[in-house]
Structures are given as structure tokens and as C-alpha cells.
Design a binder for this molecule. Structure first.
Ligand SMILES: NC(=O)c1ccc[n+]([C@@H]2O[C@H](COP(=O)([O-])OP(=O)(O)OC[C@H]3O[C@@H](n4cnc5c(N)ncnc54)[C@H](O)[C@@H]3O)[C@@H](O)[C@H]2O)c1
Length: 437
């Protein structure tokens, strides 16, 4: 099939690459000239495991092309997938301005009976809005399909190729069947719904996962207070199939480009319809407090943070991505800087993106060793496997004081007990102090 994808961010690019890999002809369109220039050379503008090899392979084969011209990209497309950003607006609602512009961009260019697919995460009713925008700009007949995306950054290609499910929301059954056919080579379970249910499935899924994270984090805080161990508690809970093991890792809260904005957008939608979804308010409040946890603990332990060297290990909002959107590291770095601590951070891939947000308010190390050298404390902020494999006895020897605040519970008791001197503060587990008065 001939497919156009609007937006070459995490979702659009992964979708375009995977659709070309399963045999379609894909034209990816973006308004960002720099991105398109890189992509034309087979270079991925984002860090995403496995993406670049598929990108260059299909680019070289000519089945995956890139353009900044909507005219060129849309003219032959039977299916147009919109995957532009829907960031958080000032009032917590989803900002649909990119989507509205994209709808206007494609309207005059649509082929007869083209199918416009909205893959961006959009509030209930947005497919209808886009339909009316396009209809007001063209007389060409077209169909709308809602097809929300569930990939996770860091495993976007794997998640697209082996998704748990694909949701197709449509009023027109022929259009729905065509999109089903487009995905057929993936051999993934497909669920057909109406448009509004498809839109809602995406928000309800993300809000549920965010709530699961806030729930386990609150249980972790209680575990610390009562002397229980969150690892054992989560393990015991997760074995219950009704609960499941995923998303029960206590830590310093969720971040990223989706959960924070999607929970707020769903809450906003609920408000518009007079539904008091107070559970989501708590999910957000717990997460806000949890992101400050390491800072709060450090301030209690170190008394005052002025001129203390804090080594932050990890900047991206989760491992295997360079995405810094809503990363807990931003809040932590700002709180530490306000207290005039000297923050030296190391991240395997997110340094440049972090620098765009945090500028020179912190220092950026080239290695873990450089970050922890002479540090008063280490904060483990992102659970990169590089950090999980660290020899803590070596790390602590390099530090001024061997104090570690582990926001992602990266180490087990044996690894900590191998150190001759350490103060180790995890989340939801008893802290361990060795070799110090
Ligand atoms: N990132 C994720 O993990 C993820 C997962 C599932 C769903 N989503 C949703 O998918 C959507 C896209 O997210 P993302 O993270 O890929 O966004 P992104 O910000 O990384 O990329 C969006 C791209 O769209 C381009 N763009 C904007 N207007 C355009 C236009 N008129 N024509 C062509 N290109 C245009 C931008 O230049 C940008 O490159 C959002 O609604 C998001 O909520 C994201």
C-alpha cells in the first residue's frame, strides 16, 4: 500500500519504518528540515534501539522516503497517518494546534477516497473535529480512522512489530478493514471499535498505568515507614494474575512525553463533562511528590546541600532513550541548583537534550567515574543497565562520602554488603549503612 506518515517523531518514524519493513511504500513527511535531511542519509534523529538499521535498509531499498513537502508526500497516498505531537496545553488539555495544522496541510492534497488515520494521542471527539476541518477545506471524499499508538520509547520498534494489540476505531467498515489489512503482516491481535472508544482506550490505558505507578510508589513509602520491603511486596502482589507484575517497580515517579500530559488531558476531559475523576488528581500529586524524593532524603541526611557535590546518574526519563521530556531529573536538578549544590550529571545518551533544558545550571560528566569523583552523594535517577552493573565498592571509594540515594532500586543487598563503607538509601526498602559510625 502507498502510505504517508505525518510527523517523524518517536511514533511517526517508528511507524513509517515498520510499515516499510512489512512491505508498504512509505513516505514520511515532517516540517523539520534538519530531521528530514538526517533521515534521508539514513541517520535517526532520535536514539531508539534497532531503528537506524531498519531505517537505512528500507531507505536504501527505496520503500521508505522522506520529504518536507506535503504535496510530494500526500499526492499518491491511499492512507495518511497523522502522528504529530499533541503536547500539554496551559490548562492541562491536549494542545491540538499541530494536529489542526496537519489537517489543513493535507486537506487540499487528498486522493479520492483516501483514509486519514489519527495515530497521535487525542481527546475524545478529536477525530470528528479533524473530519470537519478537512471537509471544510476539500470536496474530495475521504474516510477517518482512529488508530492510537501504544509503543514505548526505548523499545519502539519491538513494540510496533510485536504489539499487544492494535486498536482500529472507525465508523466506515471498509476503511477499518483496509487499515486491518495494512497491519496484517504483523500478525497482532486487532480490536475494532467505534472512534470515540478508540480515542478513550489510549487515555484510559496510560492513566491506568500511571496510576499503577503512583500506587506502588505510595506503597513503597509506606513500606519504608513500617519496615517492609517493596521488592518482596511487589513480587508477592504481581504474582496475582489479576494484578500482574508490570509497572510495579517503585521509584521516583513517571515522566516522559506521554504519561504526565495524558493523565492531565484525561482529567481535563472528565472536568469538561462534569465527571470528578479525583483518582487522577491523586495520581498526579503522588507523582509530583515522588519526583522530589531523593532531594528530600538528601536534604535530611546532608543537612544542607550548599556546595555539596551531587553526582546524578541518569538524565533521560527512562533507560534506552535520549528523551528528556518531563524527566524527573529536571525537577531534581533544579531543586539541587536552588540549594546551590554542585550537580554533576552523567547519562549515556541524553546529555545534549538535557543541556538544551538545564543549560549550564549543572555540569555534564563524560563517564560515571568523572561524575562520582569526590562526590558527597550519588543520586541514581535512571536505571540504565550501565549503572546496574556498577561495582559499588569501586564507586564508593571514589566518593568523598559513600552516600548513595538509589531512586530506581538498582542494587540488591549482596551488592551493597560487598562494600566496606556505604550508606545506601533505596526506595521502599530498609536503608543499609556499613562501616560508618
Ligand atoms: N512518544 C511516545 O512514546 C508515544 C507513544 C504513544 C503515543 N504517542 C503520541 O503520538 C504523538 C506523537 O508523539 P511523538 O513523541 O512521536 O512526537 P514528537 O514531538 O517526537 O514528533 C512529532 C513530529 O511531528 C512533526 N510535525 C508537527 N507538525 C507537522 C505537520 N503539520 N506536518 C508534518 N510534521 C509535523 C514535528 O516536527 C515532529 O517531528 C503524540 O500525540 C503522542 O502523545 C507518543
Amino acid at each position: 500500500m502507498k502510505i504517508a506518515v505525518l510527523g517523524t517523531g518517536y511514533v511517526g518514524l517508528s511507524t513509517g519504518v515498520c510499515l516499510s519493513e512489512i512491505g508498504h511504500h512509505v513516505m514520511c513527511i515532517d516540517i523539520d528540515e534538519q530531521k528530514i535531511n538526517k533521515l534521508r542519509q539514513g541517520i535517526s534523529p532520535i536514539y531508539e534501539p534497532g531503528l537506524e538499521s531498519l531505517l537505512s535498509k528500507n531507505n536504501a531499498a527505496g520503500t521508505l522516503q522522506f520529504t518536507t513537502s506535503h504535496q510530494e508526500g500526500i499526492k499518491n497516498a491511499e492512507i495518511i497517518i497523522i502522528a504529530v505531537g499533541t503536547p500539554q496545553g496551559d490548562d492541562g488539555s491536549a494542545d491540538l494546534s499541530f494536529l489542526v495544522q496537519a489537517a489543513k496541510d493535507i486537506s487540499p492534497l487528498l486522493k479520492h477516497d483516501a483514509i486519514v488515520v489519527i495515530k497521535s494521542t487525542v481527546p475524545v471527539g478529536t477525530n470528528d473535529l479533524v473530519k470537519s476541518i478537512i471537509s471544510s477545506h476539500t470536496n474530495t471524499p475521504f474516510k477517518m480512522v482512529s488508530n492510537p499508538e501504544f509503543l514505548r520509547q526505548g523499545s519502539a520498534i519491538k513494540d510496533t512489530m510485536k504489539a499487544d494489540r492494535i486498536i482500529i476505531g472507525a465508523e466506515d467498515s471498509a476503511a477499518a478493514l483496509k487499515i486491518k489489512e495494512m497491519y496484517r503482516p504483523l500478525n497482532v491481535p486487532i480490536l475494532m471499535t467505534n472512534v470515540r472508544s478508540a480515542e478513550m482506550i489510549k487515555y484510559a490505558s496510560n492513566a491506568f498505568l500511571a496510576t499503577k505507578i503512583s500506587f506502588i510508589n505510595e506503597v513503597a513509602n509506606l513500606c519504608e515507614a513500617v519496615g517492609a520491603n517493596i521488592i518482596d511486596v511487589a513480587n508477592g502482589m504481581g504474582k496475582d494474575k489479576r494484578i500482574g507484575e508490570a509497572f510495579l517497580q517503585a521509584g521516583i515517579g513517571y515522566g516522559g512525553s506521554c504519561f504526565p500530559k495524558d493523565v492531565k488531558a484525561l482529567l481535563h476531559t472528565a472536568g469538561l463533562h462534569g465527571v470528578n475523576f479525583s483518582l487522577l488528581k491523586e495520581t498526579i500529586a503522588i507523582n509530583d511528590a515522588q519526583q522530589k524524593l531523593l532531594f528530600t532524603k538528601a536534604r535530611i541526611r546532608l543537612n544542607q546541600l550548599k556546595d555539596k557535590k551531587i553526582a546524578m546518574l541518569g538524565l533521560s526519563f527512562k533507560p534506552e532513550t535520549d528523551d528528556m521530556r518531563e524527566a524527573p531529573s529536571i525537577k531534581i536538578a533544579r531543586l539541587l541548583s536552588q540549594e546551590k549544590a554542585k550537580v554533576v550529571a552523567y547519562d549515556p545518551v541524553a546529555k545534549e537534550n538535557a543541556r538544551r533544558i538545564l543549560g549550564d545550571t549543572i555540569e555534564y560528566a563524560r563517564s560515571v567515574g568523572e561524575a562520582v569523583e569526590n562526590a558527597d552523594a550519588v543520586f541514581i535517577v535512571t536505571e540504565w543497565s550501565e549503572f546496574k552493573q556498577l561495582d559499588l565498592s569501586e564507586v564508593t571509594k571514589q566518593m568523598k562520602q559513600p552516600i548513595i540515594f538509589d531512586g530506581r532500586n538498582c542494587f540488591n543487598e549482596d551488592q551493597i554488603r560487598a562494600c566496606s563503607k556505604i550508606e545506601y538509601y533505596p526506595v521502599g526498602k530498609p536503608s543499609i549503612v556499613i562501616g560508618l559510625e
